[in-house]
Design a protein around this ligand. Structure first.
Ligand code: LLP
Length: 424
């Protein structure tokens, strides 16, 4: 069921008309649907259960770190995968229990490690021998025992955009899988840490499960070898990465059920509880970005539709050539006429482009359009480039909506800077 739908010819999120919110708070803004968020979590979690998998689902906070989004998921039992102290603090503030939080990331600062240990989180995923030693030292100083996973790099091509592919040898992530025996033996001898798990994450927006099958099979072999070496593992972490449809003409990415089956087939025989770190799959299609037409410019060669949102608000199109559907909030009909135009933002660089040569209904100044699939890596990757203010985020639940991040004010924007004393 789709919770972004036209009711009386105007686009709604659940029972709330987008135009009503736009009139109240102005554009641009992000808007999320609680029912969609919960449905995605439920479908994912049910798929694991149905396939007999004992899985702790740790939502990848980086996809959308708004406290209300995290809390919506925490309330139904979801854990969190965090990659910085900021994300860890957010997960805790949103009510995720510490024993459901995993701290991933290729480089954690000493302060971040200390904070994570102090909070007794479930596990820290380690990506280098250097980091193992640092965690061991910090844990010993704090008189603690920390459960860790070592992230292994299976050297598998995830078949996704090069900037979000993480499981090949040339990527900075994890430790070469061939070195697992060596590194676990070392870890087992370090005080303060207990290597209890193995982690992999091969990339994001995966549209085929074959790379997962390869990576998880390699992982299963490695785990068997580690167990033969006397390493006792309590669980394994299979990361995130399941893709979502961005374009209605795309082939549909694998379903959670198909994903669960691949997990069962590759690592099921190990009989270890698993952890999963989905981000985009949960929140990507639970959100839209809403923006207004500032002006249309008709050049000799091309038409440009200039919106009030820009690459600082949604960077995916220019950074990864990401496709987002762009639809008017007023429903089209058989009489609607279309043009082909470049859809751009007002920022002063040519990269500030959302879509090239897109067929779109004719729009007038002030018309509002919605960008689909913008719930993941939209607001979370936004910036204030061109000294533009961070835009609001709205959460809808049925006929209720709440501003879950307000529009930054110009005072707040200016207050971030200080004029050096000698310039005063
Ligand atoms: N676990 C780890 C260790 C990760 O690095 C990531 C994503 C995830 C889980 C969640 O992956 P997901 O299920 O969301 O695919 N900004 C990019 C995506 C970057 C993904 C980074 N790591 C984009 O907009 O496409």
């Amino acid at each position: 069921m789709n919770h972004f739908d036209y009711i009386n010819h105007t686009l709604h999120v659940e029972d709330v008309a987008i135009e009503k919110i736009a009139a109240e708070i102005g554009t641009p803004f992000y808007i999320y649907s609680t029912k969609t968020l919960l449905r995605h979590y439920q479908v994912f979690s049910d798929a694991m259960k149905k396939n007999g998998l004992d899985a702790l689902i740790c939502y990848a906070v980086k996809a959308n770190p708004n406290l209300s989004v995290i809390k919506t998921l925490a309330n139904v039992g979801c854990g969190a995968d965090v990659v910085s102290e900021g994300e860890l603090r957010k997960a805790l503030a949103a009510g995720v229990p510490a024993n459901k939080i995993v701290f991933s990331g290729v480089g954690k600062s000493h302060d971040e490690i200390k904070y994570a240990i102090e909070k007794n989180i479930h596990e820290i995923n380690v990506e280098s021998y250097g980091e193992l030693e640092v965690i061991s030292q910090i844990a010993v100083n704090m008189n603690k025992q920390v459960e860790i996973a070592i992230r292994l790099n299976p050297d598998v091509d995830a078949g996704t955009h090069e900037k979000i592919s993480t499981g090949k040898k040339e990527n900075k992530f994890g430790i070469d899988m061939e070195m697992a025996g060596q590194i676990y033996a070392k870890a087992a001898n370090l005080p303060g840490i207990k290597p209890v798990s193995v982690a992999v994450h091969i990339g994001s927006q995966l549209t085929s499960l074959e790379p997962c099958r390869k990576a998880f099979s390699k992982l299963a072999e490695t785990i068997t070898a580690l167990q033969g070496q006397g390493i006792k593992l309590k669980r394994l972490d299979l990361g995130g990465g399941i893709g979502i449809p961005y374009d209605k003409n795309d082939t549909i990415p694998p379903s959670p059920d198909e994903y669960a089956k691949v997990i069962k087939e590759t690592v099921g025989h190990l009989n270890l509880p698993i952890m999963l770190e989905p981000g985009r799959m949960i929140v990507g299609n639970a959100g839209m970005m809403i923006t207004k037409v500032i002006v249309q410019k008709n050049g000799l060669d091309r038409k440009f539709i200039i919106l009030d949102a820009a690459m600082n608000d949604l960077i995916r199109p220019t950074l990864y050539n990401g496709h987002h559907e762009i639809i008017p909030i007023k429903q089209t009909n058989a009489d609607t006429q279309y043009i082909t135009a470049d859809i751009v933002g007002p920022i002063c660089e040519s990269g500030d482009i959302f879509a090239k040569g897109r067929k779109i209904p004719i729009l007038n100044i002030g018309d509002i359009v919605a960008f689909g699939s913008a719930g993941a890596y939209g607001a979370s990757m936004s910036s204030t480039y061109n000294s533009r203010r961070l835009i609001p985020e709205i959460l809808v639940d049925g006929n209720k909506f709440a501003i879950i991040r307000k529009r930054q004010t110009y005072e707040e924007l200016l207050a971030l800077d200080k004029i050096a004393a000698w310039l005063q």
